[in-house]
Design a protein around this ligand. Structure first.
Ligand code: 5RP
Length: 210
């Protein structure tokens, strides 16, 4: 099981400072959608240059032009790029084909997918690397989480790794870990804490036990 740090509400200098603090405890650093909107792919490029040994995920949440956008993110240094599960199949296939050319990986974010079981089967068959169940900020505000959805996709996914994101905190992490995803994604559960290093370190310990 791996741990991904999601950076969403920061600029590039703040992102670098945060990664520096918790680098030892994470496997993947995510350049979140708001960061890419504010700073562009330069944020991906600068973080990869500053932390070359970390896997960098660009959370582009691609919805169209899969091949082109994956090409640009790959050129910027992203190792993993996200595409939305609600996208057209041709977008996901284009993203997967382009990622393979650059030796990169595709994560499909299943946010707002209505038939989770059916779509997970379909995107799994398209050769994506990760399938991520995700309660976004708007869902979190309504008190939702993705634990049940993780269970649903785990029953049908055969080749991709499974991931879960959305509002995971130190106190809910044991429940998430018990559900057995391949990757746990934590944003505010680390970045919003007073002692980020201690929180990330404890999360690392818990994740490592599995
Ligand atoms: O993609 C995102 C929002 O769309 C976030 O990166 C993801 O939800 C993880 O952050 P948090 O743990 O703060 O919810």
């Amino acid at each position: 099981m791996k741990l991904q740090l999601a950076l969403d509400l920061v600029d590039i200098p703040q992102a670098k400072a945060l990664v520096q603090e918790v680098e030892a405890y994470i496997d993947i650093v995510e350049i979140g959608t708001p960061v890419v909107i504010n700073e562009g792919l330069r944020a991906v490029k600068e973080i990869k240059q500053a932390f070359p040994s970390l896997t960098v995920l660009a959370d582009l949440k691609i919805m169209d032009a899969g091949g082109y956008e994956v090409m640009k993110a790959s050129e910027a240094g992203a190792d993993i790029i996200t595409v939305l599960g609600v996208s057209d199949d041709s977008t996901i296939r284009g993203a997967v084909a382009e990622a393979k050319k650059h030796n990169k990986q595709i994560m499909v974010d299943m946010i707002n997918v209505k038939d989770m079981e059916q779509r997970a089967k379909e995107v799994d068959a398209m050769g994506v690397d990760y399938i991520c169940v995700h309660s976004g900020y708007d869902h979190q505000a309504e008190g939702k989480n993705s634990f049940a959805e993780l269970n649903t996709i785990q029953k049908v996914v055969r080749q991709a790794k499974t991931a879960i994101a959305g509002g995971i905190k130190l106190d809910t992490l044991p429940e998430v870990i018990a559900a057995g995803p391949d990757l746990v994604i934590v944003g505010g559960g680390i970045t919003g804490q007073e002692n980020r290093q201690a929180t990330a370190s404890r999360m690392r310990e818990l994740v490592k036990l599995r």
